[in-house]
Design a protein around this ligand. Sequence first.
Ligand code: ADP
Length: 821
Amino acid sequence: MARNMGKLLRKSGIDIIGDIAWGSRICLFYQTPDELIDILVPYFKAGLKNNEFCLLITSELPDKKATEKILRKSILDFYTYVEKGQIEIIPYTEWYIKNGSLNLPRAVKNWGEKLNQAIAGGFEGLRTSLNTSWLEKKDWQSFMEFEKGDNDTISKKLTICSYSLDDCEGPQIIDVVNNHQLALIMRHGKWDVIKKHEHDNMRYDLEKHVKELRCLYDIARVTGAPDITLNEKLADIVKILPLALQQPEMAFSRITINGDEFKTANYRDTNQKISADITVHGAKEGSVEVGYSEAPPLTENGMFSKEENLLLDAVAERLGAVAEQRQAEEALRESEEKFSKAFNASANFVAINRLKDDKFLEVNDSFTRITGYTREEALGRSAIDLNMWADEDEHARMIKIIKENNIIRNQEIRIRCKSGEIRTGLYSGEPISISGESCYLHTITDITEQKQSQELLQSVSYSSPLGIYIMQDDKLLYTNPQFQRITGYSQPELLGRELLSLVAIEDSDVVRSSAIYTLQEANPYPCEYRILNKTGQIKWVMQTVAPIHYEGKGAILGNIMDITERKYLERKVIEYEELSKMKSDLLATVSHELRTPLATIKGYSTMILDYFSRLGTEETKDYIKSIDNATDRLAKLVDNLLDTSRMDAGLLKLEKSPTSMGRLIQGVVVEASMRANHHHIITALDKNLSRVNIDPKRIRQVLDNLIDNAIKYSPQGTEILVSAKKTGPELLISVTDRGPGIPADELTNIFDRMYRIEQRLFSGADGIGLGLYICQRLVEAHGGRIWAESTLGKGSTIKFTLPITGMMNSKKTKPLAKHVS
Ligand code: ADP
């Protein structure tokens, strides 16, 4: 028996089956031709090796030719076996069909003949495979009956019947499995084998397997279908799922995914259900549930079998893949939508063309608006076809840039529109791939108007009589020719320079605050200031500024007008006005001052003439003395006026000679004492006062003036001190009185021309405010200084210096400096 068995068992060549007995019939369920090849190739290899006659009955997919090609490729000595007559491939049409219809008796006959032929040919037996995919639905039942009846398990024959899962429905699969000893099925990516005797015992399990398999295949088919949306797929899957359960008629299912829900109509929220999570990259995106809407009859497998749980996991896994695909598709759709929105909404001209022939594939709305070509006119044509390049050289330059860099950015180009109008744009572009095709994306920003206004502005700015500049962060960014003319600097010298560096230092605050005011109040606030031009000349300008936006940042647009000439005239007018005011002041004062002594002279002279015979000698003498004093005052007044006008005209000359100051002062004081017999004039003179090189007449005039003031502005009976001493290289001479003093804030004013302090104590003191002015001019002409010191209520001291040096130039005369005020 053991020996016999040894002879009877054959190598199947299929790993999970191992050895099988003669007479074995195996059914094979496959979904793809690859699965078929996966089993049949090793099966026939083993047969050929073990000297069996191999026979393949083919259907259409793969047909005889394709099958031969596969075998040739996978079996090394294929042709040797063909030559030996060990292998034969016969199409089903020659085996099963006669006169266009199924002829099973013919097939039975064929099998018998082939087996005999094999044994006669010296082969061990017959190894066959047949494919049933040609079988029409109407013939299915008779074919099944036929297979069922074929219970020849004794002949030296091995058979594999292959069934495409696309052709079988659940009950048919059960039929097939029933008719064969072994069934081969791909489950979870691996071949599984079901043996008939096991199946007999576990028919129920088998049905379960089949259902499960069916379910997975159906789901795979639905998810792989190309033309339906994912939502439709999910809706189909919920219908498939209940069929896999033990009690399909009362089962429901539900899928929730990313907030969307798909469920069968009988879905109920019950605890008679199981569920599995759908995850994408480890994150839960939803779940799949199956269950019963009413309590199912209990079976020995429990309400949900282990397989059902596993199946649900497998489905969830599959749905995870679907969800991932859905997310990817969603993302793609979103990005496509965004792109197309941006494409159409862009204010820029955007066009895409194919690289291979430069034809436009797509153009946006702005393209049609700017160029005037409709979309239909543009698509399928190139820019050259439409004659859009306005300048050939420009076109060549762009092509060169693209060749070198692939991309192009903001190049100024001109395009010709349909109307012939030429527009200017900034051109950018880059390569893109559309459905695998190499294309180029062109973007053009229309800057025609901008450019025109820029050119207009430029020509205005060029010819403007105003100096125009643009300043950012205090630095000049632009200046026009007039600005350069005013400042004397060239454009390169100006750019990057601070405007304030051109402004005269005294005016920088004015410029700064006017700019700040303008920017804060958004109101142009003109200001006038001085610019120091390149040659050091002062230029007066009037400026207004305005805030602008320049090259993406805040900036200041300023314009300046050269008002140097106007300023000069203005100053002249002011000077003239001052002068004429002074002249009229002088006239008023002088006429008053002249009139007073004149009135005295006239009065006394008339008295003497009218009453001469009646007047006494003393009386007459007094009158004549008054006339004499008034004449002196008049003469002095005229002298002062003449001196001032000579000085102002620069005509007064000093006649210097070495002079003893001691003696000069003594002489002055003696004469003054005679004039002023109500004051005590005393002196305090250093013993050896040097001789100084002075104009003695003029210094005597200074001293006379100072002593006369002291007499005039201090009470009778008080003392006047005239002192002189040497201090370093100078002589210091001073005249001190005991008068009311001079207020501190008037100490310098009193030296101004025609300046007089309002007289309170000495309201009768005559004068026209020229005395100290003349003194100052004379002292300064000698190289000395003059000033006043005073304590109010105690008296005043007027001091002046004279340089001791300068003896060598004793004979030289020096004109007084022309007065400038
Ligand atoms: P005048 O004496 O003709 O008014 P001066 O130029 O000599 O003109 O003097 C200018 C002014 O200075 C005087 O008007 C007087 O107010 C003041 N002043 C000059 N000398 C004295 C002094 N010794 N004491 C007080 N005030 C004086």
